[in-house]
Design a protein around this ligand. Structure first.
Ligand code: DNO
Length: 386
């Protein structure tokens, strides 16, 4: 597997020379300054590519070329946005950057409730607390009929939490769920936006009447529309699974497990329609057997995220060590080294450890935590190859 690293562009505090020193071979990045839906120009792509190559690295994967909401819910400006998307792909193809990660999650990308969950050893990680999530949904967002999505016991615990939760804890929850985890990945809500909860409600409203089947249809249309340009330039699209892999906020989510992945690979049965095998996202769903999925989907996988989680008895989940947990990364690496050995992989979501604590990194994207995980995965790769 090719060792890659998610780098957030020229403004990233983690520089390309630093990445060279830790054995990174390829870069995963995007034109982070271009607003969602606008065209990525050939000049801007070539400029960033040259910057990466001048540092002795290569631009291996685009993560992400975001799919605008109106494409997902088939809104009025869908055709224009699709045309823009195709031009961006064409420009990437002309520049020779041909692996493109994206997702098809409505409104909200990955979801966590705590960005600094303490571990016994002094480090910290991301965390998903089921009751705090339900609290946000029922008591802060006050979504219509939200309570129907939770069990009686969960609602009882939400009410108990309501008696003790402080205003600053509520603000932290809003920040974790819809602001800090989202701004840098899709730009729907950004830090500094006034009243993010109201903004989020308006985004949810856009999906009224869009169920699973409609979203699937829109995804199929999106893929069919871009396949010709992908074929022309050899671009491999790779969809990122939903994180966590389940329905949230009454929104349909359609990349949650084996059945969904089989459906989408068959719906547009073209080798350019591929998968980002995010072991971490998949591992947070108890219905997913991650090593078995790696076996099945390795041939259509174009990019791998190495990360693992543990699902706790109470339904919460926590980022696990990269050597433990439901991601079973040793098995996953073994499968990819055998079936798809040149696929780019990056470690995902390191812990915050040592000096990381004093820096302000995007949540999950610490330097030392990810470097530590990369070293672990490099060791696993070496052992598997031997
Ligand atoms: C979170 C990431 C996701 C991912 C996008 C890809 O850490 O794994 O935000 O980049 O879903 O489109």
């Amino acid at each position: 597997m090719e060792k890659t690293w998610r780098w957030f562009g020229k403004k990233d505090k983690i520089t390309l020379p630093m990445l060279r020193q830790i054995g990174v071979e390829g870069i995963v990045t995007a034109l982070h300054d271009v607003p969602n839906g606008e065209i990525w120009t050939l000049d801007a792509i070539l400029d960033l590519k040259k910057h990466i190559e001048d540092a002795g690295l290569r631009w291996s994967v685009v993560e992400s070329l975001p799919v605008s909401e109106a494409i997902k819910y088939a809104g009025d400006d869908c055709e224009q946005l699709l045309a823009n998307y195709e031009i961006s792909l064409e420009n990437l193809g002309k520049a020779g950057v041909t692996t493109v990660c994206y997702n098809f999650m409505p409104v909200i990308d990955w979801v966590r409730t705590d960005l600094d969950h303490p571990w016994d050893d002094g480090s910290s990680s991301l965390y998903f607390d089921k009751i705090r999530f339900a609290y946000f949904d029922c008591c802060i967002l006050k979504r219509d009929d939200a309570e129907k999505d939770y069990s009686e016991d969960e609602i009882r615990r939400v009410r108990e939490l309501d008696k003790v939760i402080s205003e600053s804890e509520k603000d932290a929850l809003i920040d974790a769920i819809i602001v800090k985890t989202q701004g840098f990945v899709n730009g729907n809500i950004r830090e500094g936006d006034q009243n993010p909860v109201e903004l989020f409600r308006r985004l949810l409203d856009l999906y009224k009447g869009i169920d699973r089947d409609k979203l699937r249809l829109n995804m199929k249309r999106f893929l069919e529309c871009i396949m010709p340009v992908c074929e022309k330039y050899g671009i491999n699209m790779c969809v990122h699974p939903d994180d966590p892999p389940r329905q949230l906020f009454g929104l349909p989510r359609i990349v949650t497990g084996s059945d969904d992945i089989r459906w989408l690979l068959q719906a547009v049965d073209n080798p350019h329609n591929g998968l980002t095998f995010c072991a971490g996202s998949l591992s947070a769903g108890l219905h997913n057997d991650v090593p078995q999925m790696a076996e099945e989907f390795a041939p259509r996988t174009r990019f791998v995220h190495l990360r693992s989680t543990n699902v706790l008895d109470n339904g919460d989940f926590i980022e696990a060590s990269h050597l433990e947990g439901r991601g079973h990364l040793i098995d996953v690496v073994r499968t990819f080294e055998k079936k798809n050995p040149n696929v780019p992989m990056r470690v995902d979501h390191g812990r915050l450890m040592l000096d990381d604590k004093e820096k302000t990194y995007n949540p999950g994207y610490s330097f030392l935590g990810r470097m530590f995980a990369l070293a672990q995965m490099e060791g696993v790769m070496a052992a598997v190859r031997n």
